[in-house]
Design a protein around this ligand. Structure first.
Ligand SMILES: NC(=O)c1ccc[n+]([C@@H]2O[C@H](COP(=O)([O-])OP(=O)(O)OC[C@H]3O[C@@H](n4cnc5c(N)ncnc54)[C@H](O)[C@@H]3O)[C@@H](O)[C@H]2O)c1
Length: 260
């Protein structure tokens, strides 16, 4: 397991502005989210187990880059210590890192279940617990948890359960963290064309899958990482200042389809 370490600090020395931490920032969606938040004037912290893959983006966005394995219980506290020391704390936490184990109920092993839950569901809890002192000091903030539309339809048990769990967790966070003036919302994408959905599948299978998704999507296309980043930017912003406990499906209406 990788230890937590600061890989780069490109934050502008005198820069002010809110701080947003984005997990899974080496991935397609995490990079798009971090880029959009930086464009909106936030100082960003990029966190990923593949820290090296965040370095170019970190330099471009003048970000803090932290390599951490979110499946380790200790990582959350270690990350927040680094954020406190180098950015003065955190305002917004975007729990985007995700893991899928595609085994069906017939094949699923306890270790697959635990691996998925550790990253997709436990890490968001631990990170937000570790952010509480920051939020208390700053008088508020927000959380955006990246779920998935799959929570509505049921498929691949560990992943689906983790994303359904994100909905319950987000609603609980909204209730409990509201007293700290912290808002908590979830974004639920459907299929977005990223390495995550490609998963080394053959091109033909990817094409078939995309066509199936398009067929059940009223807006007639698959999502982009930028679609998701736009939704996160809204939820983090003061435009969503009275929005908490919501699940925003960003999937062209595919949440209305009966099955995926
Ligand atoms: N791509 C889609 O179609 C889709 C649809 C719905 C929801 N989602 C969710 O969106 C999020 C981002 O997905 P993506 O498509 O960008 O995937 P991705 O695989 O490109 O990115 C996920 C990132 O999480 C990181 N990560 C995995 N395990 C980690 C760990 N133990 N510690 C730290 N980082 C870790 C990976 O290194 C990777 O950079 C995930 O939560 C995923 O479940 C994706």
């Amino acid at each position: 397991m990788k230890p937590t370490r600061l890989l780069a600090n490109s934050l502008a020395p005198q820069a002010a502005g809110p701080v947003a931490l984005v997990t899974g920032a080496a991935g397609a969606m995490g990079a798009a989210i971090a880029t959009r938040l930086a464009q909106d004037g936030l100082r960003v912290v990029l966190v990923d187990i593949e820290g090296d893959q965040c370095l170019a983006l970190g330099a471009q966005l003048r970000a803090l880059v932290i390599e951490a394995d979110l499946s380790r219980v200790e990582s959350a506290g270690e990350i927040m210590q680094l954020v406190e020391a180098h950015a003065g704390g955190v305002d917004h936490v975007v729990n985007n890192a995700g893991l899928n184990r595609p085994q069906s109920i017939f094949e699923l092993k306890p270790q697959d279940w635990d691996a998925v839950m550790a990253v997709n569901l436990r890490a968001p809890v631990l990170l937000c617990q570790a952010a509480i002192p920051s939020w208390e000091k700053r008088g508020g903030g927000s959380v955006v948890n990246i779920g998935s539309r799959v929570w509505l339809s049921g498929a691949i048990p560990a992943y689906t359960a983790s994303k359904a769990g994100i909905v319950g967790l987000t609603r609980s966070m909204a209730v409990e963290l509201g007293k700290l003036n912290v808002r908590a919302n979830a974004v639920a994408p459907s299929y977005v064309d990223t390495p995550f959905t490609r998963m080394n599948r053959p091109a033909e299978e990817i094409e078939q899958r995309q066509q199936r998704v398009i067929g059940m999507t009223p807006l007639g296309r698959v999502g982009t990482a930028e679609d998701i980043a736009n939704a996160v930017a809204f939820l983090v912003s003061s435009n969503a200042g009275f929005v908490t406990g919501e699940v925003l499906h960003v999937c062209g209406g595919a949440q209305l389809a009966a099955r995926s």
